[in-house]
Design a binder for this molecule. Structure first.
Ligand code: GLN
Length: 331
C-alpha cells in the first residue's frame, strides 16, 4: 500500500516485503502465549493476549502493515517521549536537563530506589516514572487539560487528528495508583515537582490514557526518524535538536531495564508501554538500493503479552527479526 507517497517511484519489491512481514507476524504469533497482559492497571487485563500487529511507514509514504492492526490501545509510557519533547519545546532543553538526568537505571520503570539515593539530585531519566512525573509537573498550564493541550496538538499535527482519552483506562489507573502516588509524594518531598501533586498525577494518568493505533505509532516514529520534520509537508514539527535528544534517550532508556539488550540485539531507538505498544525508529541509511525504507521509517508494534520488564514479548521478537533481516540497526 502506498499512502500519499512523496516519492511515487515505489518498486515491485513492496509486495514481497508485505508477504515477508505477513509470514513473520504469523510465525511470531505463537510467542503471544508467553508472558502476561499487564494487570496492575485492572482494565488493561481485558486486552487479548494473542493480539500481534505491526505497521511500518517510510518517509516516502510506503506503508506495510500486518496482523492485528485495527486494535486501539492506550499509549501508556510511550507518552513519556512526547511529554519530554513538549517540555523541552516549552522550557528549553537545558532547563529540562538541569532537572532530569539522562542515565539508564537498570531498574524497573516504577522503582523508587534511585530517588532515595540522595547523592543523586534529580530523577534518573525522563522515561522512568519518577522522571516522567517530574517532566509532567513542568508542563505549562493550571489544569490537566491545559497541560495536555500542547501534547494533543503535537499529535494532531503529526497524525492529522486529535486522539482522545480512554476514560475507563484513566479511571482504572487513577483508582489503583498507589505506587505512582508513592513516587509522587517522594518527588514532592525532594522538591522536584513544579506543579501541585494532584494536578501532576491527574495529568500523568491522562497522558498515559491517550488512545492510539499502531499506524499512529508508526507515523509518530516516522517524524522522529526524520528528525522532527514531517516528510509529507517539509514542516518542522519538533525542533531537530529535541527530536535527536529524544531518540538518544529512546535508545538508552526506552525499553525500561531491558534497554541495553534491545540496543544490542535490535539496535534502533524504541519506546514501549505496558499496554503492549512499541514505537521504533529506523533512521535514513546511506546505502544504494531499491529497499523502500532506506530513507527511514517509523514502526508501530502491538502485542499486549508482556515480559517481566513490561515489554511485549512477541513484539520484541518480531522487531528484532525484521530489524536484523532488513539491516535497520543504527550500528
Ligand atoms: N501508566 C503506567 C504507569 O505509570 C505507564 C507505565 C508503562 O507503560 N510502563 O504505571
Amino acid at each position: 500500500m502506498v499512502q500519499g507517497a512523496a516519492n511515487q517511484n515505489i518498486n515491485s519489491n513492496e509486495q514481497w516485503l508485505q508477504n515477508y512481514v505477513d509470514d513473520w507476524v504469523k510465525f511470531y504469533r505463537k510467542h503471544t502465549k508467553e508472558g502476561e497482559v499487564a494487570s496492575y492497571i485492572p482494565i488493561l487485563q481485558e486486552a487479548n493476549q494473542h493480539h500481534l500487529g505491526i505497521s511500518i511507514i517510510g518517509n516516502n509514504g510506503v506503508t506495510i502493515e500486518s496482523g492485528d492492526v485495527g486494535i486501539p490501545f492506550t499509549i501508556q509510557s510511550i507518552s513519556k517521549v512526547f511529554t519530554f519533547i513538549v517540555a523541552c519545546m516549552q522550557r528549553g532543553v537545558s532547563y529540562i536537563l538541569d532537572r532530569v538526568d539522562v542515565e539508564p537505571t537498570g531498574e524497573a520503570f516504577n522503582s523508587i530506589m534511585h530517588l532515595e539515593m540522595r547523592q543523586v539530585k534529580k530523577p534518573f531519566n525522563p522515561f522512568v516514572n519518577a522522571g516522567a512525573i517530574t517532566i509532567t509537573s513542568m508542563l505549562n498550564g493550571k489544569t490537566s487539560n491545559e497541560k495536555l493541550n500542547p501534547l494533543l496538538h503535537l499529535f494532531e499535527q503529526i497524525l492529522g487528528y486529535r486522539p482522545s482519552l480512554n476514560e475507563e483506562v484513566y479511571e482504572s489507573e487513577r483508582k489503583t495508583s498507589i505506587r505512582n502516588r508513592a513516587i509522587g509524594y517522594y518527588l514532592l518531598e525532594l522538591e522536584y515537582l513544579e506543579s501541585d501533586l494532584e494536578l501532576t498525577l491527574e495529568t500523568y494518568f491522562k497522558q498515559c490514557s491517550i488512545e492510539i493505533s499502531i499506524n499512529d505509532l508508526a507515523t509518530l516514529g516516522m517524524v522522529l526518524a526524520n528528525d522532527g520534520e514531517d516528510p509529507k509537508t517539509g514542516l518542522e514539527i519538533i525542533p531537530r535538536q529535541v527530536a535527536r535528544l529524544a531518540k538518544s534517550l529512546m535508545l538508552t532508556c526506552g525499553m525500561y531495564n531491558a534497554s541495553g539488550k534491545f540496543a544490542a540485539y535490535v539496535g534502533i531507538p524504541a519506546k514501549s508501554g505496558v499496554s503492549g505498544g512499541i514505537v521504533a525508529i529506523a533512521p535514513p541509511r546511506f546505502r544504494e538500493g531499491d529497499f523502500p525504507f532506506l530513507e527511514g521509517c517509523g514502526i508501530g508494534v502491538y502485542g499486549p503479552a508482556l515480559d517481566k520488564q513490561g515489554n511485549s514479548i512477541a513484539g520484541i521478537r518480531l522487531l528484532r527479526h525484521i530489524a536484523k533481516q532488513w539491516d535497520l540497526s543504527i550500528f
